[in-house]
Write a protein that binds this ligand. Sequence first.
Ligand code: AOF
Ligand code: ZN
Length: 376
Amino acid sequence: MGGTTAAEDRRWMAMALSLARRGLGRVAPNPAVAALIVQDQRLLGRGVTAPGGRPHAEAQALAAANDLAGPEAVKGATVYVTLEPCAHHGLTPPCADALVAAGIARLVCPLGDPDPRVAGRGFERLRAAGLTVDIGVMAAEAAAINAGFLRRIEHRRPHLTLKLATTLDGRIATASGESRWITGPEARLRVHGLRARSDAILIGAGTARADDPMLDVRGFGANAPQPVRVVLDGRLTLPADGRLARSAGTQPLWILHGPSATATEDRAKALTDSGARLIPIPGDGREVDPGAALDALAGAGLTRVLCEGGGRLAASLLRAGLVDELWLFTAGKAIGAEGTASVGPLGLGRLAEAPALALDRIERVGADTLSVWRRS
Ligand code: AOF
Ligand code: ZN
């Protein structure tokens, strides 16, 4: 006690953050949180928010430490938690109270929980009980992991990542519609990892009809979380005999449609019967407003949405300023102007109106590159 250095705090917090990352894609609408109980630089127990969002990380870390070392050993320990411990009685009792009751002496935490039921009360409760509370260690990293949860609480929107896998000249298909595969197997595996950390995959109805995709997570074992598949389908044109609808009984399929959906009652019934959830999005145009669609997804509890095309949907998300993060895979091939553009018409008047993102990083992925861009 007392002798912990800033470097040691960072090392434990880095470990907690990589543990927290494992919860992504499994815990919505809750954040993926991790907690470590550490005594004299020894790890006594660890926990991560359970699939479905509960039990919370701290409760599991305390239980693990009690099992391993017993309640006496936990007294006076430090807890590293990747988000402010909760102070509210939800379906589980407040984590702050559990930490106090266990005799924890110190909390190290990167950032506060903006959920109005918490919002500083967790820290307050711990300080009032005499714990040392150190806030701010690795705050940027923790905010990145919690981006979906934070965006939903603070803006009532999910965090939206747009993925594009294009040729050197920004094309996603040949004139005849061939698109498999533009990027290599390494890039495709990265996309499946990204899917696994997302609550939902979003595509437009045109892409659903053209590609007949499955949008599941492959290559990550049987326990990989399977995201909700969401199709933005203004006029409700998705065929009931496609792969998405046929698999709706085992992996959720949500179809967001507009007020002018022209589907026959038969098709709507066939889609519902397949297990798909039809969600009407209010609006007046022929197309579903992408902002209203994202509002509905946040309202349904989603925090991390990955959009995988096509070009028209990418254009409308970019134009509306809804893209928080762009993952751009580029392959070393050219298709030419007759191919399909990765971003459809934007209808820009002037260059100054061009949607713009800031470069975060560039990586080599097999024979392709990945550049990650963020809202600036
Ligand atoms: C924690 N540790 O591991 C998580 C927390 O619906 P409930 O009762 O589970 O509460 C959900 C809220 O709890 C959520 O909005 C967020 O503020 C917090 N999540 N808190 O102490 C955790 N996942
Ligand atoms: Zn809690």
